[in-house]
Write a protein that binds this ligand. Structure first.
Ligand SMILES: Cc1cc2nc3c(=O)[nH]c(=O)nc-3n(C[C@H](O)[C@H](O)[C@H](O)COP(=O)(O)O)c2cc1C
Length: 113
């Protein structure tokens, strides 16, 4: 299953130059991914698609930004041989995560915990 996440700026909170529609769509997406995971599924958001083509196929009005597609499926123990060697490797190990010290600060920006 592929879920398309689209949002429109003026249907959400706008305070001067702060526009929250992308943030809120991200929040919803994270909850959706958590729920899918809780159900034993695998959910991956992707940015690698043509927004104009996808919007056309899905009939999404021009004013909406197509933010992500979420690919949802069941985990397979077998790795498909259509994948490249790199993709097969990536399937078997999780990407490295940044250390929290790099983005969580105390009191002021850049003051690592
Ligand atoms: C904004 C965003 C865009 C992404 N776009 C792609 C993509 O186009 N293709 C892809 O294979 N993975 C993409 N990913 C990565 C996958 O969704 C997923 O996070 C990755 O495979 C690692 O999975 P894991 O976090 O469960 O280890 C994207 C992730 C984010 C947050």
């Amino acid at each position: 299953m592929i879920i398309a996440v689209a949002a429109k700026k003026d249907e959400d909170c706008v305070i001067k130059d702060r526009e929250y529609f992308l943030f809120d769509a991200g929040l919803s997406t994270s909850m959706l991914i958590l729920r899918a995971t809780e159900l034993g599924l695998v959910a991956h958001p992707i940015a690698g698609y043509s927004p104009s083509k996808a919007k056309e196929v899905l009939n999404i009005p021009k004013q909406y930004k197509l933010i992500t597609l979420i690919n949802i499926g069941k985990h397979s123990k077998q790795v498909k041989d259509v994948l490249s060697e790199k993709q097969i490797k990536d399937e078997k190990r999780r990407p490295k995560r940044k250390d929290h010290k790099e983005f969580i600060f105390h009191n002021v920006f850049n003051n690592s915990l």
